[in-house]
Design a protein around this ligand. Structure first.
Ligand code: GLU
Length: 505
């Protein structure tokens, strides 16, 4: 029988979430949803030295904001596998039990080397030009561990509670084969693998041991994670094998890296900005705070859509997908092996697509605080009309101001380029005629404005639309001109034309 799909996102609370981390969470979420399985949030906090206050809450907020909440785990409700924080799971004694099983079967051992001794070893190996100096099948023979020391000495050291770690005993030369859903079969020789520490001297398990114990205990069906974990997978395979759990281990899927737009190198931290970034929360390791996607004005739906297409494709040319649509389509067969290029410009385009789908009312409500900040307050219907008009020009809500501020403030300067090219000798006269005709209009709506404009043209000759736009807004481009005029209003339009014509004398 196929195992129930149970997947986990297992971040360490060492800071905010990187874009790649959220994508890992997303792919887990989509896969669980597609197969009506469980999506678990497990906090891997065994490295107390890297613990960052507030990071866990941040992770929970980020997943919630993205609309991809786990259905089990820290912050999302306990299932039968609680607790979901590894620091709390340590007290269950499970990590120690598994480590002892490995020691008893001869696949793990105690190592008493001090950090000075380890340093010396590294130096010795470097001096001997060993490419990858590490604690392994060869070097362990010269170190102080339960494989080299006499049995009674080991016993004495343990009884005296001499600081020690437990290491995995990796064979010297053995091919380790494993299957990855995305990469296919992978073969690595054990000579490449070091004797990983499983239990640290403070009794805490390392990631390597802890995640395996938890994946087994929590009945995880698929371990989906970033490519950076691929190099340690062979060691993990050995641990499963030595525990006799090869048949119970989760299937593996290592997701491709996210690359810079030019395809070279991993995406920079700045571009990988955090999705949710409570303003009060500042990663203590970052000198300057930077915006998250949320603060930059991205919609969560857009952000998730962007992430989904980083390393996965739907098999057609469509680009806009809701989370539910993604969940109906997602599978690992369409996840690529090679790195996924992240294009920040394209990301903005995605946001724009979602912005265009919002109602005028939603946009007006979202823009109102920005407008207030600039010192303006208008009636809701007016603001809705404004948003309807300017919507085509913006990618983010806050851009409504930059793109349409002239609706609220009369221009003080006029686009020189347009005027120097298009301002003719008779312009003043014809635009003055237009101004007068405008101020005599009874109805102020697009069709009256249009009729009036053409009537003046019939009399005075062609009127340049761009010049008219510059006279009223100061700038060369913008949404439909007559719609703009209607919105700005008859009095304001006439006043602005008057002011401009005086200035352009
Ligand atoms: N704690 C690991 C991390 O921070 C989890 C890796 C895994 O999913 O196995 O990425």
């Amino acid at each position: 029988m196929e195992k129930r799909v149970r997947v986990r996102f297992a971040p360490s609370p060492t800071g905010g979430l990187h874009m790649g981390g959220v994508r890992t969470a997303l792919f887990n979420y989509l896969f669980a949803k597609r197969h009506k399985g469980d999506f678990i949030l497990r906090i891997e906090d065994t490295d107390q030295t890297r613990f960052v206050e507030g990071a866990e809450e941040y992770i929970i907020n980020a997943l919630t904001w993205c609309g991809i909440p786990p259905n089990e785990g820290v912050g999302f409700g306990n299932g039968k596998h609680a607790p979901y924080r590894q620091s709390e799971r340590k007290d269950l004694g499970i990590y120690k039990t598994y480590a002892e099983r490995l020691i008893e079967s001869g696949h793990a051992y105690y190592a008493f080397d001090t950090s000075e001794e380890l340093d010396e070893m590294r130096k010795r190996l470097e001096a001997a030009k060993v490419v990858a100096p590490q604690y392994n099948a060869v070097t362990r023979q010269t170190m102080r561990n339960s494989l080299t020391l006499p049995e009674d000495e080991v016993k004495r050291l343990l009884e005296a509670e001499t600081p020690h770690v437990v290491r995995l005993k990796v064979p010297r030369n053995e091919d380790i084969r494993f299957h990855d859903i995305i990469r296919g079969w992978v073969v690595v020789n054990s000579a490449q693998v070091d004797d990983k520490v499983l239990l640290k001297s403070d009794g805490m398990p390392t990631y390597h041991l802890a995640h395996i114990v938890d994946d087994i205990e929590m009945e995880i069906s698929h371990a989906v994670r970033g490519e950076e974990w691929l190099p340690s997978a062979p060691a993990h395979i050995l641990i499963y094998k030595y525990l006799g759990l090869e048949n119970d281990m989760p299937k593996l899927a290592h997701l491709p890296l996210i690359l810079n737009p030019d395809g070279h190198g991993k995406i920079s931290k700045r571009e990988a900005r955090f999705p949710v970034f409570p303003l009060s929360w500042q990663d203590p390791r970052e000198a300057t705070p930077y915006l998250g996607y949320k603060e930059a004005g991205y919609y969560p739906e857009a952000f998730v859509n962007i992430l989904a297409l980083l390393g996965w494709n739907p098999g057609n040319n469509e680009e806009i997908f809701s989370v539910d649509e993604l969940a109906a389509l997602f599978d690992f067969e369409r996840v690529h092996k090679s790195g996924a290029k992240f294009d920040p410009e394209k990301a903005k385009w995605f946001n724009q697509q979602y912005l265009r789908k919002k109602s005028d009312e939603e946009l007006a409500d979202a823009f109102e605080p920005f407008l207030k900040e600039k010192g303006f307050s208008v009636e809701k219907p007016f603001l809705m009309a404004f948003c309807r008009l300017v919507k085509e020009k913006v990618q983010f809500v806050h851009e409504f101001w930059e793109q349409g501020k002239y609706v609220f403030v009369a221009p003080e300067a006029y686009d020189e380029k347009v005027l120097s090219k298009k301002w003719k000798e008779n312009s003043k006269e014809s635009f003055t005629a237009l101004m007068t005709a405008f101020s005599n209009l009874k109805n102020w709506d697009v069709s009256s404005i249009t009729t009036c404009f053409h009537a003046v043209e019939a009399e005075k000759g062609k009127l340049d639309m761009q010049v008219l736009r510059v006279l009223i807004t100061g700038v060369a481009g913008g949404p439909q001109l007559f719609d703009m005029l209607e919105l700005i209003g008859k009095t304001a339009v006439s006043d602005r034309m008057k002011q401009a014509l005086e200035k352009l004398d």
